[in-house]
Design a protein around this ligand. Structure first.
Ligand code: GRF
Length: 197
């Protein structure tokens, strides 16, 4: 059954675009009800506008605390019948317990390393500098632990031929674009059941 998504993105939005393309091509049985961003200059906004998807912009500077910020998003999101929140390059940690409880087992993230190795914002650089030959991507459920929620899916990528951290990032990103829409589709089809993780 088609699932309703809210996608969260802070920047470039290439994963968001990959999801939109897969939906259009009939490869991902989902509908994006809104894009949430903390960055009014995010390129992801353009992809939403092209498809007439509502964009909800929340700037952290307008809220006293990170929890207030998350709760403001929660308040608006509740107006949409959302089945799944998809973090796609969202550069904030969700800290509100109310938010995490309300969407328990309904938030997923993609991370460009084989977690638990290399959590955090520089995963590809960290893997490259550690001399890893194999890295990859992880899709996981989001809970209160940074990059630490239950792992749904991992895909290994051979990075032994990469000459820079940027090359590593680009190589992994290609697979992110394939597997993120695929896993969302698996969730839509009931082949992956998040509450079982
Ligand atoms: C991706 O590498 C994703 O794994 C990480 O942030 C990057 C976002 O890229 N969480 P984009 O904004 O989807 O192009």
């Amino acid at each position: 059954m088609t699932i309703n998504l809210a996608v969260f993105a802070s920047g470039r939005g290439s994963n968001f675009k990959a999801i939109l393309d897969a939906i259009e091509e009939g490869k991902c049985d989902a509908k994006v009800l809104c894009l949430v961003t903390d960055n009014p200059a995010a390129a992801a906004i353009n992809y939403a506008k092209e498809k007439n998807i509502p964009v909800l912009i929340f700037e952290r500077k307008n809220y006293k605390t990170a929890i207030d910020f998350d709760n403001a998003i929660l308040f608006e999101l509740k107006k949409y019948p959302i089945d799944l929140i998809v973090l796609a390059g969202y550069m904030r940690i969700i800290r509100s317990k109310d938010f995490l409880n309300y969407y328990k087992n309904k938030i997923i993230n993609i991370h460009p390393s084989l977690l638990p190795k290399y959590p955090g914002a520089h995963a590809q650089k960290d893997a490259f500098e550690a001399g890893e030959k194999i890295s990859g991507l992880t899709i996981h459920i989001v809970n209160e632990i940074l990059d630490g929620g239950p792992i749904i899916f991992q895909h290994k990528v051979d990075i032994s031929d990469c000459k820079s951290a940027e090359e590593v990032a680009n190589k992994i990103l290609k697979y992110e674009h394939i597997y993120y829409p695929f896993i969302i589709d698996q969730i839509a089809k009931g082949k992956i059941v998040l509450s079982k993780f």
